[in-house]
Design a protein around this ligand. Sequence first.
Ligand SMILES: [Zn+2]
Ligand SMILES: [Zn+2]
Length: 400
Amino acid sequence: MSTVKWYEEALALQDQLVSWRRDFHRYPELGFQEHRTAGIVAAHLERLGMEVQTGVAETGVVGILQGREEGPTVMLRFDMDALPIEEENDVPYRSEYPGVMHACGHDGHVAIGLGVATLLARHRDQFPGQVKFIFQPAEEGLGGARRMVEAGVLDNPRPQMAFGLHLWNPLPVGQVAVQSGPFMAAAGRFEVEITGRGGHGAQPHLTVDATVVAAHVVIALQTIVSRNVDPLHPLVVSIGEMHTGSAFNVIPGQAVLRGTLRAFDTGVMQTAQARLRALAEGVAQAFGARADVLTEVIAPPVVNDPSATAIVREAARTVLSDRQVVTIEPPMVSEDVSEFLSRVPGCFFFVGARNEARGIVYGHHHPRFDIDEDALPIGVAILAQAAVKALTQLQDQNTK
Ligand SMILES: [Zn+2]
Ligand SMILES: [Zn+2]
């Protein structure tokens, strides 16, 4: 039984955690461009005596921390990228880069990762095997996790369990959400290109108006959720872009729609993709136009493994009271940590970071997003303990 007081030690790191987080916040980098961030991460992991690999999937960093003896591997995942958003916060650590901002909290994730590495390196006599630290680029829709998997980060050594977290502003600081099963949705992407026949705005009868066809496709797609899928199975079909026309007196012959699909269930996602194609092609054909449809799943759902979740829950309860370890309605938001969790059993959880009293109330991806930094040591303590606990348990199972 470990006698390390993880949360106390994490709290003692708070100044360092805050300074890391604010530094990353000031110098945010977009997906696959996290060169500065990755450099700081690699230097710190090396200083702790880890074996470090850099330039994995462009800017990813992998560090391996050896425990006291040969044994299993547990992976911890952190994402590093910022968003193309102009920061509207007036804070001393405001982004120095115009149009780029850590508006999702990944700056905090990197700081937490460095904190966990610090504590686990200090206490490597507390666990067998090794902890594999994965600092991933490009979580925000650019497929960084898949690229890391393709680069082989799940091999040599292969992790037997995986953990990760997200700072989460829908939850107040001091609460964490931990639950097994479906936790975040799968994400899909689609594009519908409509080809009609353009012409003079005054001679509609000589054209096939792509705008009118696109409008009917938009309406038809609403029936996927309302008429094709069991009302008890969550699905979102959202059209985020509609491009058509360029002059007030010209009927356009081309229109393009782009949107996203979200679902927890693979079958529901497949139904949505099939219906989308059939509706778009059928509607276009009925109007004498053509629709070229492209759909793809860009991230599987995040599904938590029951035994990994039990480990996180237990770790969370040593840091916070039972009452602060909550369950929530799984959000339809997606996270590409699912690329790891669909291959390695694990648990991804949310660490509350909202604080009404301090005005930290804005949602993720908002230009005024910020986090309560008291969430940082909470994340550090939970992840460090979960890693130790998982390695100890896996070692026991392996030797039985
Ligand atoms: Zn985000
Ligand atoms: Zn995020």
